[in-house]
Design a protein. Structure first.
Length: 286
């Protein structure tokens, strides 16, 4: 699932290509990926243009020149692929030859700009969505998200407040978007490893130092992951169809059974915490 670094990579790339270019045409091939009225969705998108792209947690927000905001959530397997000249092959690496030609059979929404470039919303498992809302209603949407490691509200004080009296595991808190926005399964495991804390530790048992480390590592790891344009584990590709290079820097996620890079003694274990596959080293993490 694309997490904050992957969604941020897409946001930054798209911001370079699609701002201020009028949308000529919108085709919805699978209506249930559009929340709300499909006809209004198309009508309001067509002939508008995108003035700014923002993001909160894993949610993309495209601000239009008509006071509407297009929300895009990629969920499990969603992709936003931008192609400068339609009918050419994008530079994707993570797919077989039949799916890196866009649009493909998983392309469910196509936005065509007046310069003939196209934005494809692909989603193999179809959990993602697009939704057009009034700018006035945006606050209602963003208020559902917690503090975010790349925003000013992510201070040690606020982090402590989030953890205070929480009777659950640290992993569950890191994954809870209403408390901390943007972290998913991959980065939660990587953050716990970097902080030397077992993911199933109860929040109430964390020491001051451990909380401080978790706070610092949350910022550090997400920043580093953005620098490497995110992690491709299964389906994530950036807006040009390319894989993220942070995969090579993963310390625990997906490394079950392999030797720990840090202590070189332990083997990475995999278990279930907060209902999710969870990776850790029981020598490096306490
Ligand atoms: Zn280790």
């Amino acid at each position: 699932m694309p997490e904050l670094p992957e969604v941020e990579t897409i946001r930054r790339d798209l911001q370079e290509c699609i701002l201020g270019v009028d949308i000529a045409k919108v085709v919805v091939r699978l209506p249930r990926l559009v929340r709300g009225n499909k006809n209004n969705f198309i009508k309001n998108l067509q002939h508008s243009n995108i003035v700014k792209i923002d993001r909160i947690g894993k949610l993309l927000m495209f601000f239009l020149d008509n006071e509407k905001v297009l929300l895009v959530h990629l969920k499990m397997t969603g992709q936003l692929i931008y192609q400068k000249n339609k009918n050419t092959i994008a530079g994707g690496h993570s797919y077989g030859s039949d799916t890196n030609i866009y649009p493909n059979k998983y392309t469910y929404i196509i936005i065509t700009f007046i310069d003939d470039s196209e934005l494809y919303f692909n989603d193999m498992r179809t959990f993602g969505y697009m939704e057009l809302i009034d700018k006035n209603n945006l606050e209602k949407v963003t208020s559902r998200y917690g503090i975010e490691p790349l925003r000013d509200n992510f201070t040690l004080d606020n982090f402590k407040k989030v953890l205070h009296n929480r009777k659950t595991t640290i992993k569950a808190v890191l994954l809870n978007q209403q408390l901390i926005a943007g972290i998913g399964n991959i980065y939660a495991d990587e953050i716990c490893f970097a902080a030397g804390v077992l993911p199933d530790r109860s929040v109430t048992t964390l020491t001051k130092d451990e909380i401080n480390l978790l706070f610092q590592e949350s910022k550090k790891i997400l920043k580093k992951a953005i620098k490497y344009r995110g992690t491709t584990f299964s389906d994530y590709v950036d807006s040009k169809g390319r894989s993220g290079a942070f995969s090579k820097h993963l310390q625990v996620f997906g490394r079950q059974g392999l030797s720990c890079y840090k202590c070189k003694k332990g083997k990475i274990q995999k278990t279930k915490v907060a209902g999710r596959g969870t990776h850790f080293c029981n020598i490096c993490q306490k």
